[in-house]
Design a protein around this ligand. Structure first.
Ligand code: 5GP
Ligand code: ZN
Length: 115
């Protein structure tokens, strides 16, 4: 269910604009507003869930399948040299947006592509 005070719920519902790179019935992927590298993006379930503890197992599996597909495509498209998949749970672990998301972070030998 949509959470009224959640920015990622609003982005998923199209109420807040984003640069979308992928969408299906359960997920969207968008460019991160403050990227740490060229192409840094986020996979976000459309249904609100906070973290790895409360995400539906099937959606979690779909997030990982989609991460594999997008990382593979982005590696070719961006010609990056490596790739981080990152997912924070809880403030202590660095989570700042409390709607589950998986970071897709292309990495480059060329430091100019890191922000
Ligand atoms: P976390 O620290 O919770 O794992 O990551 C949250 C991420 O969401 C950060 O990388 C931050 O830049 C990104 N972010 C925060 N607000 C917005 C927003 O309104 N739009 C987009 N596209 N990204 C956002
Ligand atoms: Zn939400």
């Amino acid at each position: 269910m949509k959470k009224d005070d959640c920015i990622f719920c609003k982005i998923a519902a199209g109420e807040i604009p984003s640069r979308k790179i992928y969408e299906d019935s359960d997920l969207i992927a968008i460019m991160d507003l403050n990227p740490t590298s060229k192409g840094h993006s986020l996979i976000i379930p459309k249904e609100h869930c906070t973290n790895i503890y409360d995400i539906d197992e099937d959606i979690a599996a779909k997030v990982m399948k989609t991460a594999k597909k997008l990382a593979t495509k982005m590696t070719v498209a961006l010609n990056c040299d490596g790739f981080n998949l990152l997912q924070n749970n809880g403030e202590t672990a660095g989570q700042t947006m409390f709607h589950f998301h998986m970071h897709l972070i292309p990495r480059y030998k060329d430091a100019d592509n890191n922000m």
